[in-house]
Design a protein. Sequence first.
Length: 172
Amino acid sequence: MPFDFQPVLRGDLLCLRPLRPDDFGELFTVASDPLIWEQHPEPDRYTETVFKQFFHGALASGGAMLVMDATDGRVIGSSRFLGYDQARREIEIGFTFLARDYWGGAYNGEMKRLMLRHAFQFVDTVIFLVGPNNIRSQRALEKIGARRAGTRVGANGREALAYEIVRREWLS
């Protein structure tokens, strides 16, 4: 069965749906916080010009998800499915960011659980690529059970730390 890149995923805290072109304004409002990007390989992504490139790339990927607070529908971030490898039965989850008010565990944990539950209907391994200096994201991945699995070159052409979660381990 081919991977479904455009699901609607609902949890207690969050709702994720496919990103649409008219989401730019609300998502840029979230992304315009420089502190979100301070450990990121593109620390100027908070600027409109750089974010616009990111946003158009997200739409073109076909796997970008808008993240909303389930209680009020407020846009709080984005994530993406990408790099599907049917032969290896693996997919990447990445390009994730959340508004700072939602940092610290519960929201990121639920977002990743929703995305993992969806992904594991189609694949056996989920990969996360993180910039070597992005300690915050590395710790967040470790909190949800991801383990380091070497390095890989990401979609942006940069070498990144690879983390993975394997279906059989995650379900046990």
